[in-house]
Design a protein around this ligand. Structure first.
Ligand SMILES: Cc1cc2nc3c(=O)[nH]c(=O)nc-3n(C[C@H](O)[C@H](O)[C@H](O)COP(=O)(O)OP(=O)(O)OC[C@H]3O[C@@H](n4cnc5c(N)ncnc54)[C@H](O)[C@@H]3O)c2cc1C
Length: 242
């Protein structure tokens, strides 16, 4: 089900004949239909849900941070680059940052949470001396904690696009190649927060495990470029994090 009452809003997209044809053909090959990839099972074929609210991306900043901006115990620093975690006696006690060219150290009362993403987080850890010792020494970084695995195993999901021509129904390309359709899409979005401008790149997904002994799907096919409209974006605006 779409999570329409949570701060990080997940919405369903609207049904579309081209999407249905893709789904039906995958089901004819024996794949189960899955209308909730955020549920218990990730295998199957169905529509992607989108992390959106009212047709707009609902990022963690939108869903959690902005509603909490008024809290007295929260201060958000922008244009600030974390250069390293300060470690004293084996404990993270703060972060060294650079903001507008000025270096600063911010002390942590309790803990430091590293959340700089798949590339930024291991980089900060390694710059702080936390990572594979041999590798850190190659860059003259003082080893604070020899921790194998930091900066390893980055997995990318490879994408191999296949382009097909659709006859008899409007695709997103038809909208984007027509000025009239683009204006229409703009008006539809402005008035109703739905339409082509709310469409994810891959509205449908088909995930497949090669056999019953596999714990989770190992391959995933997505199809794109049709023009379904947002079906449900019922999140309450500005809800604070519970
Ligand atoms: C092209 C693309 C498409 C994607 N599509 C989807 C999708 O459709 N659905 C889905 O669920 N997920 C999708 N993802 C994955 C999703 O974006 C990530 O899983 C999610 O953003 C991870 O969140 P995060 O908070 O861990 O890191 P991020 O969102 O990467 O946030 C890390 C933040 O830390 C900041 N930062 C990094 N280094 C530093 C530093 N040294 N100092 C200060 N700040 C720093 C960065 O600027 C960034 O703002 C997609 C990712 C990509 C790249």
């Amino acid at each position: 089900m779409a999570f329409d009452r949570r701060p990080l809003c997940v919405s369903d997209v609207a049904l579309h004949p081209l999407c249905e044809a893709f789904i039906e053909s995958a089901m004819a090959m024996g794949l189960p239909r899955n209308d909730d990839f955020n549920g218990k099972v990730q295998e199957g074929v169905g529509y992607h849900q989108t992390t959106t609210r009212d047709g707009k991306r609902c990022s963690t900043a939108v869903g959690y941070l902005r509603p909490a901006m008024g809290r007295p115990n929260l201060q958000v620093l922008t244009h600030a680059l974390t250069e390293k975690i300060v470690v004293e006696n084996g404990r993270a006690t703060g972060v060294a940052i650079r903001q507008h060219g000025q270096a600063r150290t911010i002390k942590a009362k309790r803990e430091v949470i590293v959340c700089a993403g798949a590339i930024g987080s291991p980089q900060i850890l390694m710059l702080s001396g936390i990572g594979p010792a041999e590798h850190l020494r190659q860059f003259d970084i003082k080893v604070v904690h020899d921790l194998r695995g930091v900066g390893q195993s980055l997995q990318d999901h490879y994408s191999a696009p296949i382009k097909l021509k659709a006859r008899g129904m409007a695709t997103l390309n038809d909208v984007m190649l027509s000025n009239l359709q683009k204006v229409k899409a703009g008006i539809e979005y402005y008035l109703f927060k739905r339409g082509a401008l709310t469409t994810p790149r891959h509205p449908r997904r088909c995930s497949h495990a090669p056999g019953p002994s596999w714990p989770r799907p190992t391959s995933s096919a997505r199809s794109r470029r049709s023009a379904p409209t947002a079906r449900r974006t019922g999140c309450t605006r500005g809800r604070a994090s519970p």
